[in-house]
Design a protein around this ligand. Structure first.
Ligand SMILES: [Zn+2]
Ligand SMILES: [Zn+2]
Length: 184
């Protein structure tokens, strides 16, 4: 139960946080883009040190899915609770670690191989998300990147098609209005 809880908090927590918070923020909201992707500041500063309420709110909202998943696991028994809490601790340690590229962190080759085998996000991978906010989704695991990008692509293409259809409709209406006024 200890390991099951630990893995659930990390894997399902990352799934929920990516698809219920991170991706929607990139598609429809501004808070995460204004704070986490603020290029005017070092991201070690705003992901780890900052006490700015907006930055802290973004961090907290991203953590809520992990907390919601850990909550019920804590009620299932002692070992399950210990696993869930350790999952949260490891998740927090990973937040700090994945922002250390800013401080000059370079992953050694053995660690790159290990993290690739376990599909764990390296600081270098997360750095890619800061450089280009359209890639490298998934806080802890890289297997959420492809579905997140595919989802965003399909939402954006629907939004584009909708905008084009609305523009066409507006043009047709304007033309009709012009004709009626010409006839009158
Ligand atoms: Zn980041
Ligand atoms: Zn982001």
């Amino acid at each position: 139960m200890f390991f099951v809880s630990l893995v659930i908090v990390l894997v399902v927590g990352d799934l929920a946080s990516t698809f219920l918070y991170h991706v929607p923020q990139h598609l429809w909201f501004k808070l995460h883009l204004r704070t986490h992707h603020d290029r005017s500041r070092s991201y070690w500063d705003h992901a780890v040190l900052s006490k700015d309420p907006a930055v802290m709110l973004d961090g907290f909202l991203g953590a809520v899915p992990y907390l919601i998943i850990a909550g019920p696991l804590c009620l299932l028994g002692t070992w399950s609770a210990v696993g869930a809490v350790l999952g949260l601790v490891l998740g927090q340690l990973h937040v700090w670690w994945r922002h250390t590229t800013d401080l000059g962190w370079v992953s050694p080759p053995w660690l790159v191989r290990l993290c690739r085998a376990l599909a764990i996000v390296l600081p270098e991978d997360h750095d890619g998300h800061h450089r280009n906010p359209d890639v490298e989704f998934g806080d802890i695991f890289r297997f959420y990147d492809a579905p997140a990008r595919a989802f965003m692509k399909s939402v954006r293409s629907i939004q584009r098609r909708r905008r084009t259809a609305l523009r066409r409709l507006e043009r047709i209406r304007a033309l009709r209005l012009m004709r009626t006024t010409q006839r009158a």
